[in-house]
Design a protein around this ligand. Sequence first.
Ligand SMILES: C[S@@+](CC[C@H](N)C(=O)[O-])C[C@H]1O[C@@H](n2cnc3c(N)ncnc32)[C@H](O)[C@@H]1O
Length: 381
Amino acid sequence: MPSIARMPVTVNVTTKRSIVSCADPVALDASMSACAGSDPLKGELPGKKKKARTIRSELLVSSVSSKTTIKLHQLPSPSYLNECLLQRYGAKSKVVDFFAGSGWDGLVPQVDPLYHLPEKRQLRKRGQLMSMLRAISVMILSAPSQGTSKRLVDFCGGAGHVGLLVAYLFSEWEVVCVDRNPISIDLGIRRAQEASLSNFRTVLGDVLAYEENFDIGTSLHACGAASDYAIKMCEKRSAGLIVASCCVGKICAISKRARESDSPEQLLWKQPKSLELQTSLAEHARATTGKEDRDFMDHCFDKLTRFADSSESTHFTSLAKYLVELDRLKAVEDRGYTGVLCKMEPTSSTPKNDIVIAWPPHFNIDKNAFGEVRIVETQPT
Ligand SMILES: C[S@@+](CC[C@H](N)C(=O)[O-])C[C@H]1O[C@@H](n2cnc3c(N)ncnc32)[C@H](O)[C@@H]1O
């Protein structure tokens, strides 16, 4: 089938024109490129109720995306990175050797996911880490020099997959892995000790409870709203952020804690965060109910996030996922950050392959590092 990046796509349920931009046809992965072929409206009907729900969700996605331009950038290319890293760290550095020389084979085994993951997850995790590392490297290269305090925090870092690798490759950085799971934290500590990494440490606790200053925050597959917590912490410290989220369908799930608390902070996670999505949903609410109903808007956001997390992968579920990640990006841009949305490479490393990358004004990042954007249009019938 021709790639979505090269042909106009017909979206049956929208009456408005929407533009979807993408960096790379490959990066749009199977789910996105299957837009014509796997339209659930044309497939076998799973039941009247489910069908009606799917159509309502698709209408919502069409309505919101018709007012939104989604831009996907490419991760910094290996050649761009090599050049910059070579200039900064020299040919004999671990990081240049990793990207341009021995790759995974040149690392100490403890910082490689092969060390303790089951075989079927090893290569996928390597792919995820490589993508994260490409974005993190650009951020590290562009971070303002603040004397000796160069700290990267890996939020929801688990057993330290991202953090250990960064600590090993960038020894001048202190890396802190924050996670509330003591078993994962213990494993991270053991791996760091066995690898003799003195610039890696752990903090057992909730993301929102982390209190130290830091320059760059990252999180890989933090569950539900935990990705939003990580972003919030980065904003609080004016830190650069690289966040690849997980299970966005749980963003709005009212946790026990949220139910017990009326604090506006708890409400925040259940609502669209950017002005752009708030405006789109307000327009959708007006068109649907005749008024700007706040509850209806929140309900639509909940519906959007759950649809984005659907196990059924279609053009519309992919578009919904982009809208959720775009909301995160636009929200930080509303507050002075600049950023891009990228896909992991290869996208098959994980279905949760979107990465939000954003930095505050004092980072000296060349946005061109993230590759050009190509425009794709979805057209009304
Ligand atoms: C899917 S795992 C990802 C771990 C690691 N980043 C990786 O890629 O292997 C999600 C992790 O987030 C942690 N987590 C979820 N919510 C958290 C929160 N609010 N504060 C701290 N850790 C949290 C869990 O304990 C878990 O280790």
